[in-house]
Design a protein around this ligand. Structure first.
Ligand SMILES: C[S@@+](CC[C@H](N)C(=O)[O-])C[C@H]1O[C@@H](n2cnc3c(N)ncnc32)[C@H](O)[C@@H]1O
Length: 266
């Protein structure tokens, strides 16, 4: 897959360290008009008032239809082809830098890696390649069709990659085994994260275990979810620290995503 040619360069590691408020303007316009029109204006105004009330009643519905669904842990896989096109787009290597990610993670042959929220397995396949046949990649997701897609790929070492169907609140990983859990563009989907972190901690190898979060910087970007769905880097760090984890490594080498590695406090 050529991870080496896909951004293995300066890692930038830092040490640890229609619901618009129509009614207000509308009333002012009506009052101006009433003053100008006299009695006829009164009738006109009543007509317009009815219309304004109707608009006000319908506005929340229009807003709900036009808005994105509330971010409740998952988008749901409606169209596998669209997911493949998006997550497996070869241009992704130009900004996702899988080689850099692998370097910073420090994945070595023999490791057990969990790709949490693996989707179509973009990262799982790079990880598996790095393990060179020795080790395990658990490709974990709540969407069975995405995992089936990965299971059916012919260019995958299925002895190394094992797909795991998770529940939204449980990664279904084996206890005490995982060297690194990698969570790419997925942490913002997880609900009740402090509780979820306890489950991740249980899955980690007590000596080597760590969790890497790669997720979108807050604010407008040329890709990724809308700003309101994103989690601030600082919020992620604060949640981990409050749950008993330390930030052990940070890389600023990705243009659109923060990249944080945490270890549980002993
Ligand atoms: C934006 S995609 C990222 C896919 C993949 N990590 C990548 O970078 O190509 C988010 C993925 O997280 C999965 N997901 C959402 N909530 C999840 C949860 N609670 N547990 C595991 N996977 C979850 C979705 O099904 C989806 O595949």
């Amino acid at each position: 897959m050529g991870a080496g040619g896909s951004g293995r360069r300066g890692c930038g590691i830092l040490s640890t360290g229609c619901g618009r408020p129509v009614t207000g303007a509308y009333y002012i316009a009506l009052q101006d008009r009433r003053r100008a029109d006299g009695r006829h204006g009164d009738i006109e105004m009543r007509r317009h008032l009815c219309f304004a009330i109707l608009l006000a009643a319908l506005a929340p519905m229009a807003f709900a239809a036009g808005a994105e669904e509330p971010h409740q842990g998952r988008h749901g896989i409606q169209n596998l082809e669209a997911w493949v096109e998006k997550f497996e787009n070869p241009e992704r290597n130009g900004w996702q830098f899988p080689g850099l990610v692998i370097d910073v993670l420090g994945i070595v042959s023999g490791d057990h890696v969990a790709d949490l929220g693996a989707g179509t397995g973009y990262f799982s396949r790079f990880f598996a390649q790095e393990l060179e046949g020795d080790g395990k990649v658990y490709a974990v997701d709540i969407e069975a069709p995405a995992l089936e897609y990965l299971d059916n790929r012919k260019d995958v070492d299925h002895d190394v990659i094992e797909t795991v169907l998770a529940q939204p609140d449980d990664p279904n990983l084996p206890d005490g085994e995982i060297d690194v859990v990698v969570v790419v563009n997925t942490w913002h989907h997880i609900e009740k994260r402090p509780r979820y972190l306890k489950k991740l901690r249980r899955a980690l190898d007590p000596t080597t275990g760590r969790v890497a979060i790669i997720d979108w910087y807050k604010g407008e970007l040329p890709m990724g979810p809308p700003p309101e769905h994103k989690l601030e880097r600082g919020e992620v760090i604060a949640e981990f620290e409050a749950a008993g984890w330390n930030l052990s490594t940070e890389s600023t080498g990705l243009p659109y995503q923060y990249f944080l590695i945490f270890r549980p406090r002993r």
